[in-house]
Design a protein around this ligand. Structure first.
Ligand code: SF4
Length: 99
């Protein structure tokens, strides 16, 4: 069975990932319909843990494989959101550990 995370990752257009490092710095809003659907929070400590039990406290955008911000930046591009910026301390249900 394909998980929601696997489905989203496999359906990303290749360009979204390629552009993620160079896209203009538009910031993802928590009220964006896609962000709401994925449970994105700009501050991971605000994640609804009852709704997203896979959330683990140390996980955030900065250590997600889809985040392409620089190590000390407060925000950076995310491939899931077409290269728009997410906060380094944010989180969404697509979080995948950097390898
Ligand atoms: S957890 Fe990963 S996929 Fe989700 S918003 Fe942050 S960088 Fe993007």
């Amino acid at each position: 069975m394909t998980s929601r995370r696997q489905f989203i990752l496999s359906s990303l257009p290749a360009g979204a990932l390629l552009l993620s490092g160079t896209a203009k710095a538009e910031k993802v809003s928590e009220n964006d319909p896609q962000a709401k659907g994925l449970g994105y929070k700009a501050d991971a400590t605000k994640v609804d843990k009852s709704k997203y039990p896979t959330y683990v406290a140390k996980n955030n955008c900065a250590n997600c494989t889809l985040y392409s911000g620089k190590p000390n930046d407060s925000q950076g591009p995310c491939g899931v959101f077409g290269g728009k910026n997410v906060t380094a301390k944010g989180w969404c249900s697509v979080w995948t550990a950097k390898s």
